[in-house]
Every structure is written in structure tokens, then in C-alpha cells.
Design a protein around this ligand. Structure first.
Ligand SMILES: [Mn+2]
Length: 383
């Protein structure tokens, strides 16, 4: 029997709140569907972070539903758990899919352990959606235990529930202490406080299909094979240059074999640094017809009168491929420390202030100005 383990779809992800990544996701999901067909996959495990936001936009919901509908038409079973980016209550709505299709949604950890088990032929999958601290604390009587201990105890109970099956799998969305992060995971969820010890994953399991950490990896230190399949595309610039995978899991003769399959990417994320004297055209031209999203960091002297022309040139060459232009002022003093395109407006504001009031704006005023510019550009959909 073959299973496919995927995670961290992050439907609705935007870079700098502007660049929509759904085409990258949809490109990956097409490959997932193709792999399921070609490999005769019977069970698809989706290890959380289906959506990037707690209340996903319509386009992203449409995409995910279309994907699930296509899987269902192929007659395989899909198991889906909530990740830390997903809303428990939103996922609860999706539980109704079970009445219409072979889609099994597990929205939150529950004390009714038997409800977390999915049984299929000689396999049992125990499902542990992202154990939010409040929810997991609520399930335990002994309030003094640490987060990691509570999760460990819960996993033990799950292991008990599956121990009579020939194959036993844990599907979860967790931070493990020995995992290598990428930097695109939510910072508050990857610190040591939330790290569950890998050696507390019960030995009853053969395979732990995990989501949360975006880098494909096997985490050593447990009896079961513990894997993060990783995100399906480079979620943000901290994942640039990384290959992306899904894990094909083969259950055969009482053994579990794991085969990570590399995905092709719709767009690579690329960082480019432009020096003060750089020939911009020459540096950027090679990327103009590539499938990329580019973040440009440009060093500019504030005495440079061609500052605006340089900026326009970057926009003109890269067009839609420009995800962000960051200006690094070489000599601007106090005000110039601000990052981003708003710098020039800030400089203009400074000039205005000097003319009108005969002095530079105070640091507080300058910061407030930048904040306001940020708000305005976000609301205008330009940031
Ligand atoms: Mn994630």
C-alpha cells in the first residue's frame, strides 16, 4: 500500500502582503494529483497549514476545495489536520466533507481519543492536529506539566489506541526539538518552549508524518521514522534556493519505506544585491525572462540625483517579478536608516518640514510618517 505525505500548503500566502502565491501552490498541487495517480496512492496525508490565514480568502478556499474534489474523484482517502496557521473552527466546517466524500478532517485535539483514529485495511492513523497550548492544557488534569510533557502524554494515549494494527502512523503538526527550521515558520511557534522532544514520539508508530517545519527532513532520535515533508513551494525568501518535496510512503511486508520526491517549482525566489555603482540593466536582465520572484536590495547614495531613475529602471526590467525593492542608503544619516521604498517620500517630507518649520522633523515624527506611509500603501494594495 502506498501513502503520500504532504504538508504546509499555505493557500492564500502573500509576499509582503501583495504578491499572491496561489499559482505556486496550484502548480505543486497538480504534481501531487499526478503522483497520486501514477503511484496508485491509496491515502493522502495532509499534515496541516492548509491555509495561510485563519479566515482564508475565497480564492484560496476555492482552490483547496477543487483539489479535494479532484482527489475524491480518484477514490483515494484524504486525511487532513489543522496546523497552527489554520483556524480550528474553520476546519470544523470542513469536517462535513466526510458526509459527501472520502475527505477526513481533524480540526483539533480532543479527549475522545477514538475519534482521532482513522482505520483503513491493516493500517491505523492517529491524528493530532496542532496542539495549541490552551487546548492541550484543557485536556489534562495535571496543569503543572510542561507543554512538551502534555503533548508527549497525549501521543502515548494515541499510540495505545492504534497498537493492535499491523501498520501504525502518527499524523501531526508539531515543532520537534531536533528539527531544522527554515525561518518562514511563525517565530512564536518554533522557540524552545514549544519544542516537543523527538524521543517522546512513541515507538509503537512506524512513521510520523509531520507538518510545521518547512524543510523536508528526517528527524533522528526516535524509534519511528519521523519526517517533515516540508512546504510545497518556497514560502518566503528564507526558503530561497531550497528544493521542495512530498514523501511517498510504502507499506510492504510489515516494513515502511520512505521516498522523498522532489517537486518542480513554478517560481524560484531570488535575492539580488545591487551595489552603488552597479550596472543595473546588466545585473537584472538575466532574470527578466526567468520564472522567478526577486527581492532587490539596492545601495544608493542619497546625494545621487538619479535615485528615482534607478528605482524606475528596476521596476521596468523586472515588472511583476519584483517582489520587493529595498533601499539601503549609503550616507543618509539618521533619517536614511529607514528601509524600503518609502525612504524617498520620507526624504521629501524632511525637505518639506525644513521649508515649512525651519528644522528637520524629530525622530518620533519621522517614524510616525513612515508608519502612516506603510498603512496607506498597504491599503492601496501596493505593499
Ligand atoms: Mn507552516
Amino acid at each position: 500500500m502506498k501513502l503520500l505525505h504532504i504538508a504546509d500548503l499555505h493557500a492564500g500566502k502573500r509576499l509582503y502582503e501583495r504578491v499572491n502565491r496561489n499559482e505556486d501552490l496550484s502548480y505543486a498541487l497538480e504534481q501531487v494529483v499526478r503522483i497520486c495517480k501514477e503511484e496508485d496512492v491509496e491515502l493522502l496525508l495532509i499534515a496541516g497549514d492548509v491555509f495561510d490565514k485563519k479566515s482564508p480568502d475565497f480564492e484560496s478556499q476555492g482552490m483547496v476545495l477543487e483539489f479535494l474534489a479532484e482527489l475524491n474523484s480518484m477514490r483515494l482517502h484524504t486525511l487532513l489536520i489543522a496546523g497552527n496557521h489554520d483556524s480550528y473552527d474553520f476546519m470544523k466546517i470542513y469536517k462535513n466533507l466526510r458526509k459527501l466524500a472520502n475527505i477526513h478532517v481533524f480540526d483539533r485535539p480532543t479527549k475522545h481519543i477514538s475519534e482521532t483514529i482513522f482505520e483503513y485495511k491493516d493500517l491505523k492513523v492517529a491524528c493530532l492536529p496542532y496542539p495549541d497550548e490552551r487546548v492541550i492544557t484543557h485536556l489534562h488534569e495535571e496543569k503543572e506539566r510542561s507543554y512538551a510533557e502534555k503533548v508527549a502524554k497525549y501521543m502515548k494515549a494515541l499510540a495505545q489506541e492504534v497498537k493492535d494494527a499491523r501498520y501504525r502512523i502518527l499524523l501531526s503538526h508539531l515543532m520537534l526539538d531536533k528539527a531544522l527550521i527554515t525561518g518562514s515558520e511563525l517565530p512564536s511557534t518554533v522557540g524552545p518552549y514549544y519544542a516537543v522532544r523527538v524521543d517522546t514520539i512513541p515507538e509503537e508508530f512506524h512513521y510520523a508524518a509531520l507538518g510545521h517545519v518547512h524543510r523536508n527532513q528526517r528527524v533522528e532520535g526516535a524509534v519511528p521514522k519521523v519526517y517533515y515533508s516540508g512546504s510545497l513551494y518556497q514560502i518566503d525568501f528564507s526558503e530561497r534556493g531550497m528544493d521542495k518535496f512530498v514523501n511517498l510512503v510504502v507499506l510492504e511486508n510489515g516494513l515502511v519505506r520512505v521516498i522523498p520526491l522532489v517537486l518542480s517549482l513554478k517560481r524560484q525566489l531570488v535575492d539580488i544585491k545591487l551595489g552603488e555603482e552597479e550596472d543595473i540593466e546588466r545585473a537584472l536582465a538575466p532574470f527578466a525572462d526567468k520564472d522567478v520572484l526577486v527581492r532587490v536590495q539596492m545601495r544608493v547614495s542619497m546625494k545621487d540625483t538619479s535615485y528615482n531613475l534607478k528605482k524606475e529602471l528596476v521596476h521596468r526590467i523586472l515588472g511583476d517579478k519584483l517582489a520587493k525593492l529595498e533601499i539601503e542608503p549609503v550616507d543618509g544619516g539618521e533619517l536614511a536608516k529607514t528601509e524600503g521604498e518609502e525612504f524617498n517620500l520620507l526624504w521629501l517630507y524632511g525637505e518639506f518640514h525644513k521649508q515649512r518649520y525651519g528644522s528637520e522633523p524629530t525622530k518620533e515624527l519621522a517614524e510616525l510618517f513612515v508608519k502612516l506611509m506603510d498603512r496607506v500603501s498597504h491599503e492601496a494594495g501596493q505593499a
